[in-house]
Design a protein around this ligand. Structure first.
Ligand code: NAD
Length: 508
């Protein structure tokens, strides 16, 4: 939704040239507090002049920042890490106010982002090239890893801090300048981080925040100055980003949506499974790309498991993620009313397709927060695998149970889906777990771990329609993505050994 009026609410705007840059585009979108349903701010939506200004500033920032010595770049990263670590409670509250997730969960996302900052502080080891002395007689060959230039990062609403931090510290460590286009639904955390980068000593222009919608995204995708795009969001947009940015000659990593299954074998500890399914299904109200949305129960465990999950759901506290009277709930609201209604429509679809709604979160309200975008935890049994409620990503607190008769039937269902982001197996049989990690066509696997988000020194990314491009986020993939290599073959001529005229192809 684009609003016409800027009256009486703060406008969250861009960060260009090391300072807040009020927008003059005349276009804004509302930013809600999802717990109350109130519009708490407007976010600026960049026009072409602002996009051009942001990119031009980043180009200048790159020229300066890329010439900083490794030691100086490292000191900025260390300073950013210290500032983030000291001030993260403030950032967590900011995330909650625009996203809705509970504050402790917002803190968790910051910590996972901070992990990547910490990895990036050790960047000299990861971007140093290689040297081969005397590759041929008197000839040395070595490689240099250089930054790309201005790089674009486009992030989703569900992790307004962690996802930008998957890319930004590594891109900066490698000497690039970054233009971040955050989600217009929770745009303030990006500005908060921009101020922190400045305080940490990053030169103006090396980190830019461009607020906006499709126009800003397209401006980055088509600009000849922008060298690469790192995108995280839904699959249709990820595919569009991949195709458009590639067509414009850019390096692209575009991470898309998910439909993550948890395969439960009959020998698993069902209490552990029930705890894990509830945590991974309803945490952050299911608005996580690594959330579990389908439990594949290998019979005869489904009835017991559904009873255990239902018992746990009954005890969940749903409310304002900021907490009321000092008490934090387990789960907050969804991001917008439109999204809440979409989640609700999937429960309608499941019901119409013959599924059994065991716990129904439709129409859920929180006392004192009647206008908030709440949706109750929902459990659905016997979802037909032909139903759109099974095949499509719901991105809400909706857990579906599908009963299967064997490991093989469960594996086939996982492998026949269009997504391949995350999955988990719960079992006490090491052989079955080993077979699963080999046979499943998914990028990130948990063995008795429900949300297997890899640590910073491994890389994050799915398979199939969960990742377009061949570079995952962070880890070694991240450093490879944000650098390009030069190979230098060098000979310092010694008149005694130089070989004279030889038109043949160089040999060793
Ligand atoms: P989204 O695709 O709607 O938006 C992501 C970004 O793209 C935002 O910055 C948005 O402004 C921009 N955008 C939206 N529509 C666009 C268009 N038509 N053209 C150009 N740009 C556009 O995603 P979202 O709703 O913000 O986030 C939720 C989605 O992200 C879910 O599908 C979730 O699975 C996915 N996600 C994936 C991962 C992963 O690592 N694979 C991580 C987090 C979220």
């Amino acid at each position: 939704m684009v609003s016409e009026s800027l009256v009486d609410v703060a406008v969250v705007s861009h960060w260009i040239d090391g300072a807040e840059r009020p927008s003059t585009s005349g276009r804004t979108a509302p930013v809600y507090n999802p717990a109350t349903g109130a519009v708490q701010a407007e976010v600026a939506l960049a026009d072409q002049a602002e996009i051009d200004e942001a990119i031009a500033s980043a180009e200048r920032g790159f020229r300066e920042w890329s010439q900083y010595s490794i030691a100086k770049r490292q000191s900025v990263l260390f300073a950013f890490r210290e500032l983030l670590n000291a001030r993260k409670p403030e950032l967590a509250r900011l995330i909650t106010s625009e996203h809705g997730k509970v504050v402790s969960d917002a803190m968790g996302e910051i910590l996972r982002g901070q992990e990547v900052v910490e990895l990036a502080t050790g960047f000299p080891h990861l971007i140093k090239g290689a040297f081969s002395e005397n590759a041929s007689t008197g000839v040395d060959v070595y490689s240099l890893k250089q930054p790309l230039g201005v790089v674009g990062v486009i992030s989703p609403f569900n992790f307004p801090v962690m996802v930008p931090l998957w890319f930004v510290p590594i891109a900066l460590a490698a000497g690039n300048a970054v233009v971040l286009k955050p989600s217009e639904k929770d745009p303030s955390a990006a500005l908060w981080m921009a101020k922190l980068w400045k305080e940490a000593g990053l030169p103006d222009g090396a980190f830019t925040v461009l607020q906006g919608d499709k126009l800003a995204v397209d401006g980055l995708l088509t600009s000849p100055v922008v060298q690469s795009i790192s995108f995280v969001g839904s699959t249709p947009i990820a595919q569009y980003i991949y195709e458009t940015a590639s067509k414009h000659g850019k390096r692209v990593q575009a991470l898309g949506g998910a439909k993550n299954h948890m395969l439960v074998l009959p020998d698993a500890d069902l209490d552990l499974v029930a705890d894990s399914a509830v945590n991974a299904g309803y945490g952050a109200a299911g608005e996580r790309c690594m959330a579990i949305s389908v439990v594949l129960a290998v019979e005869p465990v489904a009835d017991d498991l559904i009873a255990k999950i239902s018992d746990r759901i009954a005890k969940l506290r749903i409310g304002n993620g900021a907490g009321t009277d000092g008490v934090e709930p387990d789960m907050g609201p969804l991001i917008t009313e439109v999204h809440r209604d979409k989640v609700s429509s999937y429960v309608d679809i499941a019901e119409a397709d013959g599924a059994k709604i065991v716990v129904d979160g439709r129409g859920f309200t929180v006392d004192g927060h009647e206008d908030g975008f709440f949706f109750g935890p929902t459990l659905i049994d016997d979802v037909p695998t032909t139903s759109r409620a099974y095949t499509e990503e719901i991105f809400g607190p909706v857990l579906s149970v599908v009963r299967v008769s064997s490991y093989e039937q469960g594996l086939d269902l996982i492998n026949s889906g269009e997504f391949g982001n995350g999955t988990a197996i719960f079992t006490n049989d090491g052989g079955a777990a080993r077979r699963f990690q080999n046979e499943v066509e998914v990028g990130m696997i948990g063995i008795n771990v429900p949300i297997p988000v890899p640590v910073a020194y491994h890389s994050f990314g799915g398979w199939k329609k969960s990742l377009f491009g061949d570079a995952k986020a962070y880890g070694v993939h991240g450093f490879d993505f944000f650098t390009r290599e030069k190979a230098v073959t060098s000979r310092w001529l010694d008149p005694a050994t130089h070989g004279g005229i030889n038109l043949g192809f160089p040999q060793n």
